[in-house]
Design a protein around this ligand. Structure first.
Ligand code: FAD
Length: 350
């Protein structure tokens, strides 16, 4: 029996667990996933309130990778998979809205939200997932050639023959820095992981008890000089918003998000609602009937990691994976990297 521990239950982790169990019989590999939050799919995050479902992290997954497209449209079944057909338009720093620039042929999510990707992947596995379990220490037991994990409550997990570490690079770097693991190349690994730059996004969520008539699903700021980077309408996703209501997701740009990350959320929401009302030229948007928000300090990696130290760690049974290892802050890239890493891990199972 090969014991595999996975830190995090995001899209890359779910794809890796799925790939391992497709290649290896359940009786031969046992997978334990430790996730710090209360749900799966990490930054591809979904919440529900009343009858409304909204994706407040990643907005959708696009068809930019053949393997991921096959996974979503064939292997996982298409039950609940929905395509956003309305286009993406643009706006500039002066607030001028223009048609065009929708390069994404398919923009998929699920009726029950984008986090449904990880739910569906894990449902194809026998992996045990422990929620509200934040891994704090990684330990290597060199004599037994196994890994052990310790969580924030002091509970210990393992032994594991291999561990898969999936948090965003800065959080993975902290774990690796604090790891009890004597390896000559550990500092090179920590430095490489720590060097991955990230974009921060502060997201505001605004619900309205009326419909917003617009010809587009979303607006993206192309000159990157507006305080808002992205505005999207969840009602364009079938099954997300009841008729007669609207839900607007507003993502602030990096500079504004960093400057206001720890400010009073209600002040931030008020500011973003005002900018949105101006952009969409609709004063009703100043008064949502409810709001929500999320600060994503490590929203999007802006470059990939140096792969050499990552490969070196894998030879000792510590695999790093996720969008930052793929080198692209996109859900399809995280899924692809998860599938490939899972297959590499499966190859080591005797
Ligand atoms: C605001 C925003 C908008 C985005 N928009 C899009 C989009 O429209 N399209 C697109 O393709 N991509 C988008 N992305 C990017 C996409 O969400 C990510 O590329 C993808 O979800 C990364 O998946 P992952 O599995 O690599 O990492 P994550 O989703 O970050 O998964 C890592 C998991 O590890 C857990 N974790 C962290 N630390 C620990 C610990 N110590 N112990 C246990 N668990 C831990 C986390 O809770 C998380 O569940 C967006 C991201 C954000 C934040």
């Amino acid at each position: 029996m090969t014991r595999i521990g996975i830190v995090g239950a995001g899209a890359a982790a779910a794809a890796a667990a799925y790939a391992i169990e497709r290649r290896v019989e359940d009786a031969i590999a046992e997978i334990t996933v430790l996730e710090k939050s209360g749900g799966v799919c990490g930054r591809a995050a979904t919440r529900r309130r009343d009858e409304v479902t909204y994706d407040y992290g990643a907005n959708y997954v696009k068809d930019d990778d053949e393997r991921v497209t096959e996974l979503l449209t064939e292997r996982l079944g298409t039950d609940g998979l929905v395509d956003i057909v309305e286009p993406i338009w643009t706006f500039d720093s002066d607030g001028a809205v223009s048609e065009g620039r929708d390069a994404d042929e398919h923009k998929w999510t699920y009726e029950d939200g984008l986090s449904g990707i990880a739910t569906r992947l894990f449902a194809h596995t026998d992996a045990t997932i422990r929620f509200e379990t934040r891994v704090e220490t990684i330990r290597r037991d060199e004599s037994a050639e196994v890994w052990r994990l310790e969580d924030a409550d002091g509970d210990r997990w393992g032994p594991f023959d291999a561990i898969l570490v999936t948090p965003p690079a800065p959080q993975t770097a902290s774990l690796l820095r604090a790891a009890e693991w004597d390896a000559a190349n550990r500092s090179a690994l920590v430095n490489a992981v720590d060097a991955v730059p990230y974009r921060t996004i502060w997201t505001g969520v605004f619900h309205y008890p009326f419909e917003l008539e617009r010809p587009y699903y979303a607006l993206v700021n192309t000159d990157k000089a507006h305080e808002i980077g992205w505005i999207a309408r969840e009602e364009c996703k079938p099954g997300h918003v009841p008729d007669g209501e609207s839900l607007v997701i507003v993502q602030a740009n990096h500079g504004w998000s960093v400057d206001h990350f720890d400010d009073d959320p209600s002040t931030n929401l008020e500011h973003l609602a005002r900018l949105t009302a101006e952009l969409l030229d609709d004063e009703r948007l100043l008064e949502p009937d409810w709001t929500d928000y999320q600060g994503w300090r490590y929203a999007l990696p802006e470059a990939g990691v140096d792969r050499d130290p990552i490969r070196g760690a894998a030879s000792a049974g510590l695999y790093c994976l996720g969008d930052w290892v793929a080198g692209e802050g996109r859900l399809h890239a995280a899924l692809r990297n998860g599938l490939e890493t899972g297959e590499r891990v499966a190859e080591t199972v005797p």
